[in-house]
Design a binder for this molecule. Structure first.
Ligand code: 5GP
Length: 231
């Protein structure tokens, strides 16, 4: 058999690894859509993902911990954060204020982590405007009846709040077309598998890999430090 001709890079030991930047991922779902279970399962499966802890003026529910589920703050503190531009986006949802702290998200993205934002559709659209490369995933319940059952089973809200959340759900589902992807949350396993597939495919996009391509052209090889961040 003929030997392959020796080219300019023949002495380079090729170990091809495709490095890409951290993704900013927005997950939105009507409340009771099972989002927090999906987030927990995704974080269990992968160590690269960071969850952005929002600030909110709403009172903690039973079992919720400040600094884990939310940073629970006063309206005054919220206003201060907003006016000093420390919120990447904010919205009033179900009569309470919610916002995404800017610093933590930007730091994690720079370190190459994927950052998950569990925010409503107003927030999602604002994030897309600010970060056109963010990935917007809408999690829909398999049926409205299932959504209502989930809201009642968790027994966290009064009847009037449940009704308001159901009305809001219809409004949010109407906005789902603004999102990049739709996942039907029938089982946790299926939904998280689909979420992982979305993240994996998004990372292979050429528009996220400019630094990787440049490194390959300049050095003939892609090394660990050449990984793409936000190009
Ligand atoms: P809950 O009070 O049930 O935890 O959340 C109510 C809604 O507020 C959910 O749709 C949730 O995704 C949304 N939300 C939570 N944090 C934020 C945030 O920082 N920004 C925005 N825009 N929505 C948020």
């Amino acid at each position: 058999m003929k030997k392959a001709p020796k080219g300019a890079f023949s002495k380079v030991k090729i170990r091809v690894t495709h490095y890409t930047e951290g993704l900013l991922v927005v997950l939105s779902a009507p409340s009771g859509g099972g989002k927090s279970t999906l987030v927990r399962e995704l974080m269990r499966r992968t160590s690269r993902v960071r969850y952005s802890i929002s600030v909110t003026t709403r009172a903690p529910r039973k079992g919720e911990k400040g600094g884990e589920d939310y940073h629970f703050i006063t309206e005054m503190e919220f206003k201060k954060m907003k006016s000093s531009h420390r919120l990447l986006e904010h919205a009033c949802v179900h009569g309470n204020w919610y916002g995404t702290p800017r610093d933590a998200v930007e730091k994690d993205l720079k370190r190459g982590h994927d950052v998950l934002l569990d925010i409503d559709v107003q927030g999602g659209t604002a994030v897309k405007r600010l970060y056109p490369k963010s990935v917007l995933v809408f999690i829909a319940p398999p049926s409205l009846a299932v959504l209502e059952k989930r809201l009642r089973d968790r027994a966290q809200d009064h009847e009037s709040a449940i009704r308001r959340r159901l009305q809001n759900a219809i409004h949010e589902i109407k906005e789902a077309h603004r999102y990049d992807y739709l996942i039907l949350n029938d089982t946790v396993k299926n939904a998280v598998d689909q979420l992982e597939t979305i993240l994996a495919s998004e990372k292979l996009r050429t528009d996220r890999s400019r630094a990787t391509i440049d490194a390959l052209l300049q050095n003939g090889i892609v090394r660990k430090g050449d990984r793409s961040h936000h190009d």
